[in-house]
Design a protein. Structure first.
Length: 229
C-alpha cells in the first residue's frame, strides 16, 4: 500500500506520537506530499525538535513512526538536514494537519518504476552491509588480539567500517521495516545501536568488544546475508 494511504489512515496517531516525542510544527514534504509516492517510498517529515535534539533522537522518532504506519519514515530538523536540502525543503513542506489533502493520484507506470527503484535501493543497502563487514574482517584476518590491541590505526579503520555497517542497517530499518521484521534472525537493532554507541561515545569504545565482533559476529552476519540473498 502507498505510504500516503497509510499516513492518511493513521494521521491522528502519527501526530500524537510526534507530539509525545517532543517534535513541534510537523510538516510533510517529498513524494507523499506531491502524490508521487509508491511502495517503499519514504514519508518525509520536517519538525522543530527540542533544544539539543540529536540525530539519535530523530532516528528513534522515525523508527517509532515507521512501526506505527508500516512504512519507512524520515524525520528531519532544519539544523540536522544536509545543506543541499535546506534551499528547497522548508519552502516545499506543508503543515501536517488533519485537513492536508492525501493522497493525489499516481499512475500504475509510476508505481512500478518506483517499486523497481526501491528494490535497487534495498539491494544497495544490503551490499553496503556485506562490503563493510568483509572489509573489517579482511583487515583483522592476519592479526591476533595482542597486535590488534596495540594497532590504533587498524582499530580506527575497523570501527569506521562497522559504523558504515550500522548506517546501512539503520537505513533498512527506517525504509524497509517489513523486510527487517521478516528476517528477525539478523540482529538489526543491535547493529544499529552499536553504530550509535561508536559515533556518540568514540572515546570509550572497548577494543576487545570490537575484536570479538569482528571474529564472531561479523562472519555470522555475512553468512546470514548470503543465505537471504
Amino acid at each position: 500500500m502507498r505510504p500516503s494511504l497509510l499516513l492518511a489512515q493513521k494521521r491522528d496517531e502519527a501526530l500524537a506520537l510526534l507530539a509525545q516525542g517532543g517534535a513541534a510544527n510537523p510538516r510533510l514534504f517529498g513524494s507523499v506530499l506531491r502524490g508521487t509516492d509508491g511502495p517503499g517510498s519514504d514519508i518525509d517529515i520536517l519538525v522543530d525538535g527540542p533544544v539539543g535534539a540529536s540525530l539519535a533522537w530523530s532516528e528513534a522518532l522515525a523508527e517509532q513512526l515507521s512501526e506505527l504506519l508500516g512504512a519507512p519514515v524520515d524525520v528531519l530538523t532544519e539544523s540536522g538536514m544536509a545543506q543541499k536540502l535546506r534551499g528547497h525543503v522548508p519552502q516545499e513542506a506543508r503543515p501536517l494537519t488533519p485537513d492536508l489533502p492525501l493522497p493525489a493520484m499516481v499512475t500504475a507506470e509510476t508505481l512500478e518504476r518506483q517499486a523497481r527503484m526501491e528494490e535497487k535501493r534495498l539491494q544497495d543497502y544490503l551490499e553496503d552491509m556485506r562490503k563493510a563487514a568483509n572489509d573489517a574482517m579482511r583487515i583483522a584476518q592476519d592479526m591476533d588480539w595482542p597486535h590488534f590491541k596495540d594497532d590504533e590505526v587498524k582499530q580506527g579503520y575497523i570501527v569506521w567500517r562497522m559504523v558504515n555497517l550500522g548506517e546501512a542497517v539503520a537505513s533498512i530499518l527506517r525504509r524497509f521495516p517489513a523486510y527487517a521484521q521478516a528476517r528477525s534472525h539478523i540482529p538489526w537493532h543491535q547493529i544499529r545501536n552499536m553504530r550509535n554507541r561508536m559515533v556518540h561515545d568514540y572515546q570509550h569504545i572497548d577494543a576487545e568488544k570490537v575484536w570479538d565482533a569482528v571474529q564472531e559476529d561479523l562472519p555470522e552476519l555475512v553468512r546470514q546475508l548470503s543465505i537471504d540473498g
